[in-house]
Design a protein around this ligand. Structure first.
Ligand code: FAD
Ligand code: MG
Length: 439
């Protein structure tokens, strides 16, 4: 059997490997001139490596751990020594008040009622999907500052959206899919625990290299997918690829930009119109040294206000330079995007000064990459359904359309939105193809 995979991100690469193991002949068509999708490494002239896209893996992300080992790579723990700073309504403290833990625990409790494979079946699904996280926090959080902080951390930190543009149900799904807030928000013991030596782009390259020679065609954007009773044809600018089945391993927002013949069923197409990509900016401030460590600070900050929701010490072992990586989400990221590069740099450095002290003004460099402006990603970290969309459109996330199967991290039921979810989704789609079409 011949199968065409659209997209050589982690999901497409994992699907291709699983299909090959199952005896299929596979071609992976990738729009970019590189594999990996939402991962990329930038090397500074002194060798300091910056992960512009995904970078962390952690406990319970078993497929990623296995792939790292299988492809001869290793991890190192994220830097976490020293005191964190919580910027709370204009003042600095070391930990957030107990009201934060209480409010996040309420979310964890509610998420226990959501099956990540079918969130629309939760007893209170309709109520929770009508309500935005911001609306829920307004009533459930004990005070407005707690509401703001939790909104920024959960809607922003997890989905890169504003609390007012995401439903409570979507948030509960996401919390459940990643195993709860303790895992999702954690550095040591959580999703931000480890980084890959050489960066995740290197793993993607090795996954591609392990496929039979010639499997991956890069610089081959798929413009159209046609199907009939006999097979599918994927059209690129260079040629047509025939197969028995196709796995589309891109986010729904991008899958919807491909032309299908026959046209997609109404509900499936409507799903692609209701799952916008998040709005995160990941910015790396590069310093001669990690100066914050001398003050006993970890470089890990969170805040209730300002353009940056969180920062981490992202310095790399082997480099003497200090890297402070900052994240801006939703509306704050959109406001930063509207500024000129010079003004954005000034705004980011001013925010860093407030978080870690005056030395933050002396950055050698501020390295940014805007995934929202990248035509083959269009936003990050992932896509999320808009409020009110789960009941009618959620069931279409993984439902095949004839010979076309859907992968990509957005379709995962475990670790959706993460590299782990991407791999699991690719392997699930591959299993569906192998089960329905004779090898
Ligand atoms: C800044 C940032 C930070 C992140 N941090 C983390 C993290 O620390 N840990 C974590 O686990 N996850 C993180 N994520 C999320 C993670 O990157 C994604 O979940 C994962 O990479 C998604 O993989 P995918 O294969 O589903 O999609 P993608 O990586 O988007 O792959 C899709 C591929 O399809 C290609 N493509 C698109 N359209 C077409 C077309 N028409 N024809 C052919 N090819 C096409 C794209 O070029 C791309 O290569 C982060 C993401 C970003 C951007
Ligand atoms: Mg992919």
């Amino acid at each position: 059997m011949r199968v065409v995979v659209v997209g050589a991100g982690f999901s497409g690469l994992a699907a291709a490997a699983a299909l090959c193991r199952g005896g299929a002949r596979v071609v992976v068509l990738e729009a970019r001139d590189r594999v990996g999708g939402r991962v990329a490494t930038r090397r500074l002239d002194d060798g300091t490596a910056l992960d512009l896209g995904a970078q962390w893996i952690g406990p319970t992300q078993e497929r990623m751990a296995a792939l790292v080992a299988e492809h001869g790579l290793t991890t190192f723990p994220s830097a976490a020594q020293g005191r964190p700073v919580v910027r709370w309504d204009g003042r600095s403290r070391e930990t957030p008040p107990a009201s934060v833990r209480q409010t996040v625990s309420l979310l964890d409790d509610l998420s226990a009622e959501v099956d990540p494979a079918a969130p629309w079946r939760a007893a209170r699904a309709d109520e929770w999907d009508r309500l935005t996280l911001g609306g829920w926090l307004g009533a459930a959080a004990p005070d407005p500052v707690t509401a703001r902080y939790v909104g920024r951390l959960i809607a922003g930190g997890l989905l890169a959206v504003d609390p007012d543009e995401v439903s409570l149900l979507q948030v509960l799904f996401y919390l459940r899919s990643g195993g709860g807030s303790g895992l999702l928000l954690g550095m040591a013991g959580g999703a931000q625990q480890d980084r890959l030596v050489g960066g995740p782009a290197l793993l993607a390259e090795r996954m591609a290299a392990a496929l039979p020679a010639g499997t991956v065609r890069s610089a081959a954007p798929v413009r159209a997918v046609h199907q009939d009773g006999h097979g599918v044809v994927a059209y690129t600018d260079e040629g047509a690829y025939r197969a028995q089945a196709a796995v589309v391993a891109v986010a729904p927002a991008l899958a919807g930009r491909i032309a299908y013949a026959p046209a997609l069923p109404a509900l499936r197409d409507a799903l692609t119109q209701r799952m916008p990509m998040g709005s995160a900016l990941k910015l790396h401030a590069v310093y001669p040294t990690p100066f914050w460590r001398a003050d006993g600070c970890s470089g890990v900050t969170t805040s209730t206000d300002g353009p940056l929701t969180e920062t981490v010490d992202n310095s790399t072992p082997g480099s003497t330079r200090g890297v402070l990586t900052a994240f801006s989400y939703g509306r704050q990221a959109r406001e930063l995007r509207r500024l000129s590069a010079g003004r954005r740099r000034a705004a980011v450095l001013a925010a860093l000064v407030e978080l870690v002290g005056p030395a933050a003004a002396g950055a050698d460099d501020l390295v940014e990459y805007d995934w929202s402006a990248d035509e083959w990603t269009r936003g990050c970290f992932c896509g999320a359904l808009t409020p009110g969309s789960w009941r009618d459109h959620g069931p279409e996330l993984r439902r095949p359309v004839g010979r076309v199967y859907w992968a990509g991290t957005e379709t995962a039921t475990r670790w959706a939105g993460y590299l782990e979810g991407a791999v699991l989704a690719g392997e699930r789609a591959a299993a569906e193809v192998l089960a329905h079409h004779a090898a």
